[in-house]
Design a protein around this ligand. Structure first.
Ligand code: ADP
Ligand code: MG
Length: 360
């Protein structure tokens, strides 16, 4: 699903083609003239959290980074294995226990993940809801490869709607938890990559690497500066190959994009995105791309998903509830909205995009 190199000439025309590197829904750029250090060093792993993973750092971090990057990838691999909703691991074990109504003791790191997600679910008015994993699986999204097929029957989905699973239905005693709702099945697909990216930057910092970018399939965060002009991050065009816009990060900052154009299944001939509206347990169809810029990648990841679900009429209220102010949204008609705080930071790849995106 990732495009390995160079955006298409037309959409990226305002951006130098040789400075671009594309990966997943988010895109990463660096300045053409970085500085005396030269271009950043790029490390790639083909598949982590279902996407290609990338770490970039300045060339002068050489020694430190050589030691840190393999440990960084193995830390990410561990999170990937523990927090996968459908492959053997701690989360899958927990889901089996929840389904059977059993109490289970879990690790402190999973406890922290679930408790933070519970607060975000509430802040998002339930648009971000990692308790709907059963319905996500029912739609066939618990797979590495998205296969074509037919839509689930409404009768199959009705029980999920009626049971209305929510993380607030978890009953805690220290690190032990259970639920009386057997339909509550956890899936951190909308959040774990952001949390992992935050962890990765924290880890690099403790290893003495101060200037870096970590990208997990469009969930991306940067710290420090790539050179004189800082790290330049691109946002993919949801309608075509190439870029919609780019921005330069300030200090430590995450740029996270949730899109319906990359991970979807064609069901009965119709494209169905992997992001579900928890109230209908049907794919959220009104927006095709939402980008959130925030210091925390975890929050930005949860918020990008929530705003995509909220759609054009409700996104402002949800953004306010979650405390995010820098937002860019693109609708199905490829017209968009950008908040006044993000607008001046964006450099559109094409004047046509600028004309189609209103500042709100
Ligand atoms: P991506 O993983 O492509 O960056 P998201 O961050 O939006 O996209 O996460 C989508 C994933 O989150 C889905 O594959 C599914 O596992 C899960 N999910 C789907 N709908 C929701 C929702 N409303 N709230 C929380 N998680 C969701
Ligand atoms: Mg998300």
């Amino acid at each position: 699903m990732a495009t390995p190199l160079l955006p298409g000439a037309s959409a990226a025309s305002a951006l130098s083609r040789r400075e671009a590197l594309v990966a997943g829904a988010g895109v990463l750029l660096w300045p053409a003239l970085v500085d005396a250090q030269g271009p950043p060093v790029v490390h790639q792993r083909p598949f982590l959290f279902g996407s290609p993973a990338e770490v970039l750092h300045r060339a002068d971090a050489g020694e430190l980074a050589t030691r840190a990057v393999p440990r960084l990838f193995s830390g990410l691999q561990q999170m990937n294995d523990r927090w996968n909703a459908w492959k053997p691991g701690e989360l899958r074990t927990l889901n089996l226990a929840l389904r059977a109504g059993r109490t289970l003791q879990i690790t402190p790191s999973l406890t922290a993940l679930i408790q933070a997600a519970t607060r975000l679910e509430r802040a998002s008015s339930g648009m971000f809801n990692p308790g709907i994993g059963g319905a996500v699986g029912r739609w066939g999204f618990h797979d590495d490869v998205m296969q074509a097929g037919s839509r689930p029957r409404d009768a199959d989905l009705a029980p999920w709607r009626a049971a209305a699973p929510s993380l607030s239905q978890l009953e805690w005693r220290g690190n032990e938890l259970r639920s009386r709702n057997p339909y509550l099945q956890l899936d951190f697909g909308a959040y774990a990559k952001g949390v992992a990216v935050d962890w990765a930057l924290d880890f690099l910092r403790t290893q003495g690497v101060a200037d870096a970018v970590v990208n997990l399939g469009g969930n991306l965060a940067a710290m420090g500066r790539a050179g004189a002009r800082g790290w330049r991050i691109g946002i993919r065009d949801p309608g075509a190959a190439g870029l919609l816009a780019s921005l330069t990060t300030h200090g430590r900052e995450a740029v996270v994009t949730s899109g319906s154009y990359e991970r979807y299944r064609v069901l009965d001939g119709e494209r169905c995105t992997h992001i579900l509206d928890p109230s209908t347990v049907a794919p959220a169809g009104q927006l095709v791309s939402v980008t959130v810029v925030h210091r925390s990648a975890g929050l930005a990841d949860a918020a990008a998903t929530a705003l995509l679900v909220a759609g054009p009429r409700r996104w402002r209220q949800v953004a306010e509830g979650m405390g995010v102010s820098e937002v860019l949204l693109i609708g199905r008609d490829l017209r968009g909205e950008v908040t006044a705080s993000l607008a001046p930071r964006l450099r559109f790849a094409d004047p046509a995009w600028q004309a189609r995106v209103g500042v709100v």
